[in-house]
Design a protein around this ligand. Structure first.
Ligand code: FES
Ligand SMILES: [Zn+2]
Length: 121
């Protein structure tokens, strides 16, 4: 068996609609993970090389929907289905993280940041 090259963890935490921290998967259907899996397959990236794993809360809720890629330790926020192609092509295939989607270092695990509590949009 080849070693996994990367794990993509996709938060699927669902909270009530009025929760102040919001939730990364408001429908609870795991649609974003399904898109990652589908797009990886379309790019002929096998599941024994790169895994798109569902995850519980990654504690970056205010920046969600949250995705983290390991071993790169690259955190993405505000990820939607239409961003997945770019993440796969630029980062997973090309090795260049998608800067516009990265959670800023000063936000990551910060007690306070401009996004807490999550602003309603
Ligand atoms: S709900 Fe997704 S990071 Fe917390
Ligand atoms: Zn922030």
């Amino acid at each position: 068996m080849p070693k996994f090259r990367k794990h993509i963890f996709i938060c699927q935490n669902q909270r009530p609609a009025d929760h102040h921290r919001g939730s990364c998967d408001p429908t609870g259907k795991g649609e974003l993970q399904q898109v990652f899996k589908k797009k990886l397959a379309e790019h002929c990236i096998r599941g024994d090389q790169v895994r798109a794993n569902k995850s519980g809360c990654l504690e970056q809720c205010e920046h969600g929907p949250t995705v983290v890629v390991y071993p790169d330790e690259v955190w993405y926020g505000g990820v939607h289905a239409e961003d997945v192609d770019e993440i796969i092509e630029s980062h997973i295939v090309g090795g260049h993280p998608v800067e516009r989607l990265r959670i800023a270092d000063e936000c990551l695990n910060a007690e306070r940041c401009p996004h807490k509590p999550r602003k309603s949009s």
